[in-house]
Design a protein around this ligand. Sequence first.
Ligand SMILES: *Cc1c(COP(=O)(O)O)cnc(C)c1O
Length: 368
Amino acid sequence: MTDDPIYVTRPLLPPLAEFIPYLERIWESRWLTNGGQFHVELEARLAAHLGVEHLALFTNGTIALVTALQALGVGGEVITTPYSFVATAHSLIWNNITPVFVDIDPVTCNMDPARIESAITPRTTAILPVHCYGGPCQVAEIREIADAHGLRVIYDAAHAFGVKFEGQSLLSHGDLAVLSFHATKAFHTFEGGAIVCPNSETKKRIDHLKNFGFVDEITVVEVGINGKMNEIQAAMGLLQLEYVDEAIRRRGTIDSIYRDALSGIRGLTMLPIDRKCEPNYSYFPIFVGPDFVESRDRLYERLRRAGIFGRRYFYPLISDMPMYRSLSSASPENLPRAREVANRVLCLPIYPDLTDSDAMRVVRAIRG
Ligand SMILES: *Cc1c(COP(=O)(O)O)cnc(C)c1O
């Protein structure tokens, strides 16, 4: 008998029976998209849940990123991290912006603020950092550099649902912060996303941009895109909100199981615990150093043969992908730490219905 496969994540799915009444209301109203009842309700409930003032829902996180950049009117060059999901840099290219990669802090995996200033040129308009694995960037340092140089800051907060930093929402940092509600994220709407906005004027502008630029039936004020979240997605979000706190608590338990059981293994390290942060435990990366008994890729393959499907988030670096590697900032000498981390990382399975015994199966397989 072989054990069931364990994947890196499984989407949180509330009982189907609880989703049906939402579908019935959608069918009754025949209002399927364009700011229907659930869309309106989810924007309000999510803003309250996350502790932010204003938020605009989107059909996915990537379109939200593209639109956030549009809304701030940034262009030229934008400073970003090579250690992320590829959508971070793609959102720049979709705006005709040149990404300028800077290296990361190898401990947190986030953009190293000390690298930002030397990457600024007269063409630089903004900084696009990522709260990687939901861990807070050095938001104060980044703000200070941005202010000193007149730059905007847009956080790719795709991993940071519900994360608090120094007692307040991490999402309140930056000129804008962008969430993803993709099925693999801690909170999801099948596909979805949102932009956290600092004020109602910005939200209004973004609401126009996500709906072709329409302000009313006959007035189009911008070259907007279609980024609207539909009612089925919004209904999923509303139902999911009732389960997400419990799901995050359960993720936290699995995080502790891994931390205890994997500490002290020669050559394996984990992310440090940030006491100023209330995390969402979306990811559990381990870093396989040269002192470990085998290479990261051997461990990855061996786990797969045992039915444990970890993922190498984030490998390869975005800067090594064919459409980015000819940029001067993509050169290996510029990004030694990001490369080293990308070569060492392996994200372990973590999701709310992973059992304690499955987590221990992962640990035993790693110990070999
Ligand atoms: C998931 C993710 C995105 C893209 O979000 P989608 O909703 O899948 O379009 C962007 N950036 C990061 C860092 C992500 O992990």
